[in-house]
Design a protein around this ligand. Sequence first.
Ligand SMILES: *Cc1c(COP(=O)(O)O)cnc(C)c1O
Length: 395
Amino acid sequence: MAEKEDRGPSTRSVHAGEPAVQGSRSITAPVAFSSTFPFERTDELVAFMRGEITRPPEYGRYGNPTVEAAEAKLAALEGADAALLCASGMAAITTSLFAMLRAGQHVVLTRDVYRKTRLFAKTVLARYGVEVDIVEPEAEAVTAALRDNTKIVFTELPTNPYLRVPDLGAIVAAAKKRRIKTIVDATFATPVNLRALEHGADLVIHSATKYLGGHNDLMAGVVVGRSGLVGAIRDALGTFGAVCDPHTAFLLSRGLKTLGLRVERHNQNALRIARALEARSDQVAQVWYPGLESHPDHGRARALMSGFGGVVSFELRGGLAAGTRLVDGVRIPKLAPSLGGVESLIEQPALMSFFDLSPEARAEIGIREGLVRFAVGIEDGDDLEADLMQALDGV
Ligand SMILES: *Cc1c(COP(=O)(O)O)cnc(C)c1O
């Protein structure tokens, strides 16, 4: 049998966190629908409080066995010793940042991070006296923004919607010299395609709503890293309260068991779609997919990642109206935000996440009017490509 450290992502996600012998002989981890976990007697309570025995925490906000099973899978997938599940990706991000920062400190974010992450930093953190700089997703820009009071560098990898891949090794090296923590939101990559902790990141965050859950049927988020740091964030979560419930954790564990298979198919389908779009340069001005030789960060993506994920962004020459005709012309992908589920989803960022901004304000932050984001699902590649091409013919 392969040693635990040598096992592949699918072996890890199927077996990690499952007790060797289930009390019920059930092959799956049981769902503990319980908000409180009673003690036999006061001596058990006292022994637990002193840390002399291990058992579930006394109250559901501090932990739950079903949640812990999913956390163990996620830690195993990232090669980490701890993972903390939260109620959503945003709960993971806001809880981590609130737990790690105090007034007077400084955070560097890379541009085109998830819009709500940027909004949280710019409005909420700023209200609590934390300074925020937003820079290009390039190691040089990040390094130039570091100051004496910088505490955290936060980047996505790849970013949204242009799938930029910053030089993580260079960012980590610059941050470590100044004892700054690097956080990577690796939602678009998944632990199958990227192991950011192995490249020196201090924390990896995922919106588990996306690929990890994988079925567009749950919301959750996770923070993964060393147990000391994750433990401090766990303590904060116990106070802030945005915990993951056991039913969601069960669905997440169920989804994680097929993560390796699903991501393999997402990678294949998306590369195929990206190539097909690139061959339609009459209508498509540019395609952004890190697996394409034409992507500005292709070399870095190849060095850091073993696959390039399921999201393809492209700009239609016909602008916003052409994008609308395409999005309304496809028959398989649904018109919806989000990504990472089995179902293909398609959207125009200008009309979905950035509807409230004027075209000029969108241009300022790099959101082009003709941009379409295709979150490629796990359907048959032949069907997806034929469908997209018929819709493009109708544009
Ligand atoms: C969706 C997403 C989030 C937010 O996650 P929720 O689960 O929706 O709260 C954060 N970062 C990235 C990159 C995302 O795609």
